[in-house]
Design a protein around this ligand. Structure first.
Ligand code: NAD
Ligand code: IPM
Ligand code: MN
Length: 353
């Protein structure tokens, strides 16, 4: 029995979560799984209605009553500073201490890559630190609104925080037979945090002698993710660099419409969400690609121990692309809803066949 909270959120969030939900129900039905899905109305609408973002009750209920959550996206042009998105998303990451942001970027079909000669073996997993760095909210703004304004954002890096994400990266390498872990930082300039990350990387890495250690500066890494993305297997990096590089790697492997992520505190709680945002430019048009959200369903099922159902969902994603049942970002003419329905029907059809 698994209880999953659905947080459709804003923009294309409800569209892709609706499709993902159909696929999740079909996968559960096919595999005889007892999965309960409850929808929670967190997001811009609620904030604009009553000023509420994430109450203590919402937060406690989510983490204690549900095994995991699936979130669509948060961000709405009517909330210019996106306070609700920060409160809800960053709030949950911090409250449940979801320190791993697991972001796999695998090239499913070479033709989806914008690169001229994509390597079909391209398959990168980002371990983005998810609770510290420049996201810690440290700093302040002084003489705000004057010509003497000063704005400071400080990057928080703790030994504990760095050690646990680096360890997660190496453990994943060991568990999956990957042979190299790459640390991405800016240690040539950000010497304080760089020193800590590099020391911990060497220390933890020495416990995994079978795994090659590699370090890249973030500027060179941005270049290399375009030049030879196939070189990278597991990337461990800080919160902001991971945010930026995972969008880049998502595009290199087919686009934001395909990239899922998990915010995970192993053994405690997890929240799955596409790497993409609320895409206000295409919201309401029915053309958002639901694959990233459906891939989140697969990550969630696997995380909850339902590996066979997860593999079936992955298979369904591959088949939909192979058969051209795709939204316009991948060159097809299907709607978000049609892609979801097609996948759900395929799962159930395979069950009876
Ligand atoms: P975005 O990811 O929403 O969109 C970037 C581009 O990718 C847009 O052109 C969009 O149309 C396209 N795109 C994104 N997802 C797509 C999909 N599933 N199918 C097809 N095309 C897709 O990034 P943005 O425009 O910078 O951000 C919009 C809002 O989303 C902002 O408020 C931002 O803060 C928020 N955001 C939220 C999350 C989240 O909730 N996890 C993540 C990123 C951004
Ligand atoms: C992401 C998003 C979030 C982040 C925003 C919406 C707070 O971009 O999950 O990648 O920066 O972490
Ligand atoms: Mn992002």
């Amino acid at each position: 029995m698994a209880r999953i909270a659905l947080i459709p959120g804003d923009g294309i969030g409800p569209e892709v979560v609706c499709a993902a939900q159909e696929v999740m129900r079909a996968a559960a039905q096919k595999h005889g799984l007892d999965v309960t899905l409850d929808e929670l109305g967190l997001g811009a609408e609620r904030y604009l209605r009553d000023g509420t973002t994430l109450t203590v009750e919402d937060r406690d209920r989510l983490v204690s009553d549900y095994d995991a959550a699936l979130l669509g996206a948060l961000g709405d042009p009517r909330v210019p500073d996106n306070v609700h998105a920060r409160d809800i998303l960053l709030g949950l990451r911090l409250f449940a201490d979801l320190y791993i942001n697991y972001r796999p970027c695998k090239l499913l079909v070479p033709a989806l890559s914008p690169l001229r000669n994509p390597d079909p073996a391209t398959d990168i997993v980002f371990f983005r630190e998810n609770t510290e760095g420049l996201y810690a909210g440290l700093g302040g703004s002084f003489r705000t609104g004057t010509k003497d304004e000063v704005a400071i954002e400080e990057s928080l890096n703790t030994y504990k925080g760095v050690e646990r994400i680096v360890r997660a990266g190496f453990e994943h390498a060991r568990a999956t037979g990957r042979t190299r872990v790459t640390l991405v930082d800016k240690a040539n300039v950000l010497a304080h945090e760089g020193g800590l990350w590099r020391r911990v990387f060497a220390e933890v890495g020495s416990e995994f002698p079978e795994v090659e250690r590699d370090a890249m500066y973030v500027d060179a890494m941005a270049m290399d993710l375009v030049r030879r993305p196939q070189r990278y297997e597991i990337v461990v990096t800080s919160n902001l660099f991971g945010d930026i590089l995972s969008d880049l790697a998502a595009q290199v492997t087919g686009g934001l419409g395909l990239a899922p992520s998990g915010n995970i505190n192993p053994g405690v709680w997890a929240l799955f969400e596409p790497v993409h945002g609320s895409a206000p430019d295409i919201a309401g048009k029915g053309i958002a690609n639901p694959v990233a959200a459906v891939a989140c369903v697969s990550l969630a099922l696997a995380h909850l121990g339902m590996e066979e159902a997860a593999a079936d969902v992955d298979d369904c994603i591959l088949t939909s692309i192979a058969e051209g049942v795709t939204t316009p970002d991948l060159g097809g003419d299907a709607t978000t809803r049609e892609v979801g329905r097609w996948m759900a029907a395929r799962l159930l059809h395979a069950a009876s066949g």
